[in-house]
Design a protein around this ligand. Structure first.
Ligand SMILES: [Zn+2]
Length: 315
């Protein structure tokens, strides 16, 4: 049932990175992981330096919390009346926390292989957490009305295995929400290795709207909604990717945001000077990229791909 990407054609060649398209499943994948990899090792301390420690009073943190609240609201609009959710790769757990607190959810569970984030969700937010890769969590079948994957599926070595396991975990007719970078994005071909959605140190698979919806149908899901806009990510990815290419400063603003709590202004002087030059350009370009992405909402060319699908009504 699962594709092993045996028949492949070269999709793109960058310095140090080759992407392949599988002729069977249509997914694009990176050659960097052909020797296999240990996700637990890669992500164990992923949140420790930059998200949990030190960031809580920064303006960046306030914006992130608002986006997580908005994400919870989005889930409520996608499946009003639902009371149980599993968020796979649940970050620090704020969306789940808000769903419980404001949207009537009785069960809000998360999986998180990053130890610090998992502990934070469990202890500080009081969430039901599984510190494991999804297939090893031992969750009971048919127990969730909603399952979400926010920018997680592109990190997974076996996305089809995940789709199968999620189908088992959902109640009949339960709803799956998947968001990933859109491999057909309007900036991707032009910015190449500078495309923020590529993130080659972490991303294993890449998805076009066709390939992802075809995979969902193959595994028995009914696709309900496809669009390519995200308020949180779209304009940011476009702006950062274009600026990385034009100024040859890869992901300067993105990296600064990730470490925003570690004491601003204490970076090295050349970095601060480059930042001073980059920020005005970023601020000028951002609204234009937001408009471009809004116009691309219903097309296949927006920066971020969102798919909502239902598991089979009868098991
Ligand atoms: Zn394949």
């Amino acid at each position: 049932m699962r594709c092993e990407h045996k028949r492949r054609t070269r999709s793109a060649e960058y310095p140090g990175l080759t992407l392949w398209t599988c002729r069977d499943c249509g997914f694009v994948f990176s050659d960097r992981w052909s020797g296999g990899f240990d996700p637990k090792k890669l992500y164990d301390s992923f949140y420790d330096q930059n998200e949990i420690v030190g960031r809580f009073h920064s303006p960046v943190e306030i914006v992130i919390r608002l986006f997580r609240l908005f994400r919870a609201f989005k889930i409520w609009t996608i499946r009003p009346g639902a009371r149980s959710i599993l968020d796979i790769g649940s970050g620090r757990g704020f969306m789940l926390y808000y769903l419980k607190r404001f949207f009537g959810y009785r069960r809000a569970a998360g999986t998180q292989i990053s130890r610090g984030a998992c502990e934070f969700s469990r202890r500080t937010l009081g969430l039901e957490m599984y510190h494991d890769d999804l297939p090893e969590c031992g969750l009971e079948g048919g127990s969730f009305e909603v399952v979400t994957l926010w920018h997680v599926l592109e990190h997974i070595l076996d996305p089809e295995g995940y789709l199968e396991e999620i189908k088992r975990l959902l109640v009949p007719g339960g709803r799956l929400v998947v968001e990933v970078p859109n491999f057909l994005s309007w900036t991707k071909a032009y910015t190449g290795l500078d495309w923020l959605g590529l993130d080659p140190d972490y991303h294993v698979h890449f998805f076009t709207p066709e390939a992802l919806t075809a995979a969902l149908r193959k595994h028995g899901y009914r696709v309900r909604l496809v669009h390519t806009f995200s308020l949180e990510y779209s304009a940011f990815i476009s702006t950062q990717s274009l600026i990385s290419k034009w100024t040859r400063t890869p992901n300067l603003v993105f990296r600064a945001l990730q470490t925003a709590g570690e004491g601003q202004g204490q970076g090295k002087r050349p970095e601060r000077v480059r930042m001073g030059r980059t920020l005005p350009l970023f601020a000028a370009l951002f609204p234009l990229c937001l408009i471009a992405n809004l116009l691309l909402f219903g097309t296949k060319r927006g920066e971020v791909l969102l798919v909502v699908a239902d598991s089979p009504a009868v098991k």
